[in-house]
Design a protein around this ligand. Structure first.
Ligand code: GCW
Length: 736
């Protein structure tokens, strides 16, 4: 059940909790009643990072000294939202009311859009003309003896982003009387992909049912739609896809288009555009066409008419996201056509409206010799053949959102066709919403990976952002971890991953450290010890999960179907072999790993020099990718002198130790934060610890049946029997 009130500006619940706030005497009785009401209301996480708690006294006084009012010439809906947001934050931070000025006074925040009188007055118009439409300037100025904080942007949305940024600066103690910043996004489209089904379930969703109440739409509008949009706008997310890439064709029916239109209307003032996942066979399913062949004139006509219908309802509709000829989805290849034929047909239909087609590269045929090589093999021949308004959506790694993968070689090879990164925020392969895993480190690792395609420094970040494509299409997507749970994401710390995908999509140079720091201060507390302890835990958490699940480049050791827990032994008669762990780990008496070197599948050569050579040799291959690229004997010596088997055992133990330590770290914070969220996280850490031990025991004991070597005697001993672990069959819903 959702009980938070995130969208309505007003007094934040916790405002009354701090003793050092002096309430005006006249409000005495009301205040006492409110205190009682709010004391009873739980800290349920529903307010995310937008809690607007009272600032510590010095910062509060500093803010009141610098700002007392807001002025906006423009009355566009997004600007009104910005004014409200600022007023709400100010009230929460200081306990005072932010005045709304009709003329510019002293100590004012001025919201400025390009082309306005105010922009000319402040001589800022020219500068705005050179900026990205979503970019903003925050600048403290003294004009005609008036102390001002200017937030200016070419667009109203940009002003809203700037406003949220100013609030963040204030809250994280970074705002000062001489502050000046110009900020522009790394990517044009910063999107969330929801894998939500029309029946309310979410594929790989671990935070309850879908937020989108399709049965109630368009008549009933849940307040959470605006709350969701507000949270996205606060981190710069400007696009979303509400439905699963395994798409139900009904989303394009006239009835659903009206529902989608209602969502689009709610999202628009927050600067969020809707895209839809489509089913390639829609013309057949919805209108009984004989086929969905992209070269069939009737099919092309059908799409043209459908697109016209959508744009009539939603003039700023973004376009389509397409999973075609992948995991059983229909696509152009069903008719002997290609990805190019399919994508370009759709691109032509949306082009007159400025729409785009996001075509996914997540393709792999059953029973191939190396699944990791397929997307590259299938897409590289088409580089340069796609229409201008097509962008290829590529998962961060070549297989499938594993705890750790090297970057997909497509980022270093698709040169003439824009490619965008798809990260998975929902923790399909990372312990669902039970495990604390901060993904900022994974994003950073991917962004910073050097593809070498244009020489050293051609990082994945630079190959996908506006660096090499200042006028082309740039985008990034995260598969959402949001559901109707009160705290939105299941685990309180999973909110940090939503926050961080937004912040890094805005600026891919933001570090995991910075994102975590901001998020902790805004979501929990700016207590120095708390920030330091919790940040360290968050920044180590990705490495920890890699260690207790699949260290040294191992991958896909997951339980069948639902992917929760270990099943390296898994065997399902008749199953696709590339859905089975054995395909990936290849453990035998001779060793373990996937040989993608030149004497194996040759996958290393999908990377540019010098990476191909570096990856090709076990002695130069980074150890974190060792068993991704190599099959090695158990006795293979690693850089630290240990043999592979021993190192594997050590890594599993390191993972367990890390999580055990999180429990200690977290318990120390008890006095600093609220009981509710403290207890929730504490209990999730217990699950994570048990799971980490389960993973270690399952993998080490199972691999030991091949290595036949002892677990190094100085390490903790397993507490499970392999046979009993093999019997565990969780009854969790899944799709494959
Ligand atoms: O990781 C796999 C998931 C599928 C998902 C697919 C995809 C939406 O197990 O559930 O389907 O990826 O990305 O299309």
């Amino acid at each position: 059940m959702h009980s938070g009130d995130l969208s309505a500006p007003g007094l934040p619940a916790r405002w009354f909790k701090r003793e050092n706030i002096i309430l005006p005497a006249r409000c005495g009785l009301l205040a006492i009643i409110l205190i009682l009401v709010f004391r009873l209301s739980a800290e349920d996480g529903s307010r995310l990072w937008l809690r607007y708690e009272p600032l510590p006294l010095p910062q509060r006084l500093q803010l009141i000294e610098a700002v007392t009012s807001v002025f906006a010439e423009d009355s566009h809906q997004s600007i009104r939202l910005a004014v409200n947001e600022l007023a709400c934050a100010y009230n929460g931070f200081t306990g005072q009311t932010l005045q709304i000025d009709k003329v510019i006074k002293n100590k004012v925040v001025i919201l400025v859009t390009a082309g306005s009188k105010t922009a000319r007055r402040f001589n800022i118009d020219k500068e705005l003309l050179t900026m990205h439409r979503d970019g903003f300037i925050i600048r403290t100025m003294n004009v005609f003896n008036r102390q001002c904080v200017v937030i200016a942007s070419p667009t109203q949305q940009g002003v809203l982003y700037g406003t949220f940024h100013l609030i963040r600066l204030i809250q994280t103690g970074k705002f000062s009387a001489t502050y000046a910043e110009q900020s522009q996004p790394s990517y044009d489209l910063r999107m969330l992909n929801h894998w939500d089904n029309l029946d309310g379930t979410i594929e790989r969703g671990y935070a309850g049912y879908s937020l989108w109440k399709w049965n109630d739409l368009p008549g009933v509008i849940s307040p959470r739609y605006a709350e969701y949009a507000r949270a996205n706008a606060s981190v710069g997310i400007n696009a979303m896809v509400p439905n699963n890439v395994n798409a139900n064709p009904q989303i394009l029916s006239t009835g659903y288009i009206q529902k989608v239109r209602t969502l689009a209307d709610v999202f628009r003032p927050y600067g969020i555009r809707i895209f839809l996942s489509i089913n390639f066979a829609s013309p057949v399913v919805l209108s009984n066409l004989q086929n969905a062949d992209p070269l069939n004139p009737d099919v092309r006509k059908w799409w043209t008419a459908k697109v016209a219908e959508i744009y009539k309802a939603i003039p700023d509709f973004g376009g389509f996201l397409v999973k075609a000829n992948s995991e059983g989805q229909p696509g152009p290849m069903d008719y002997g056509r290609t990805h190019v034929d399919g994508a370009n047909m759709l691109a032509e239909a949306v082009k007159p409206y400025g729409g785009i087609i996001i075509w996914r590269a997540f393709v792999y045929k059953p029973a191939s010799s190396d699944r990791a090589m397929q997307a590259y093999n299938e897409f590289m021949p088409y580089d340069g053949h796609f229409a201008e308004n097509v962008i290829i959506q590529v998962k961060n790694g070549p297989v499938d959102f594993q705890p750790r993968e090297p970057f997909s070689p497509l980022f270093g090879s698709l040169i003439k066709t824009p490619a965008m990164i798809e990260f998975q925020i929902t923790q399909e392969y990372l312990g669902f919403s039970n495990h604390l895993v901060f993904l900022g480190s994974l994003f950073q690792e991917t962004f910073n990976s050097d593809t070498f395609v244009r020489g050293p420094g051609s990082t994945v970040a630079k190959m996908t952002d506006r660096t090499h494509r200042p006028n082309g299409l740039t985008a990034i997507a995260g598969v959402s971890n949001i559901g109707e749970d009160t705290n939105w994401c299941g685990h309180h710390f999973a909110q940090a991953n939503w926050y961080t995908i937004g912040r890094m999509a805005w600026n891919n140079a933001i570090t995991a450290d910075q994102a975590a720091d901001e998020w902790i201060r805004m979501t929990f507390s700016d207590n120095t010890q708390f920030v330091a302890d919790v940040k360290t835990m968050m920044l180590q958490s990705h490495e920890a999960v890699v260690n207790y699940m699949m260290p040294l480049g191992l991958h896909h050791l997951f339980a069948w179907g639902h992917h929760y827990g270990p099943e390296p032994w898994c065997d399902v008669p008749g199953a696709r072999i590339d859905w089975l762990p054995r395909y990936y780990h290849n453990a035998s008496e001779n060793g373990i790993g996937f040989n993608r070197s030149r004497n194996g599948s040759g996958g290393v050569d999908q990377y540019n020099p010098p990476l191909n050579d570096i990856y090709d040799s076990p002695s130069s291959c980074p150890e974190k990718y060792l068993l991704w690229f190599h099959f090695l004997p158990w006795t293979h010596r690693l850089a630290n002198g240990r043999m592979l088997w021993d190192e594997l055992c050590y890594k599993y133990q390191e993972g367990v130790d890390a999580v055990r330590n999180y429990q200690k770290v977290w318990d120390r914070q008890e006095a600093i934060i609220d009981k509710e969220r403290f207890a929730h996280v504490q209990s999730r850490l217990k699950i994570q610890t048990k799971d980490a031990i389960w993973w270690r025991d399952a993998c080490v004991l199972y691999f030991q049946t091949y290595s036949r070597l002892p677990i190094p005697y100085e390490l903790e001993r397993p507490i499970h029997e392999l046979d009993s672990l093999k019997k565990i069959k969780l009854d969790l819903k899944h799709h494959n």
